[in-house]
Design a protein around this ligand. Structure first.
Ligand code: SF4
Length: 59
């Protein structure tokens, strides 16, 4: 699996929600895991290169 160059692990994670930028800039990536796990960041700094909560989503 290749890592997304600007988003990293969030690009393939079931917990990630991609939110389009309202003015056409880079999309936001929200981590839904942060709602239940307060050690996680709601908007992680990208690219995420390592994450203990990452779960690969099915294609
Ligand atoms: S659990 Fe990790 S990899 Fe998954 S969306 Fe959150 S920060 Fe990204």
């Amino acid at each position: 699996m290749s890592l997304h160059p600007t988003v990293g692990l969030c690009a393939t994670c079931i917990h990630a929600e991609r939110i389009p930028h309202p003015r056409g800039g880079n999309d936001y990536w929200r981590c839904r895991k942060a709602e239940e796990d307060k050690t996680m960041l709601k908007y992680p700094r990208l690219p995420v290169l390592a994450c203990p909560a990452h779960v690969t989503k099915e294609e």
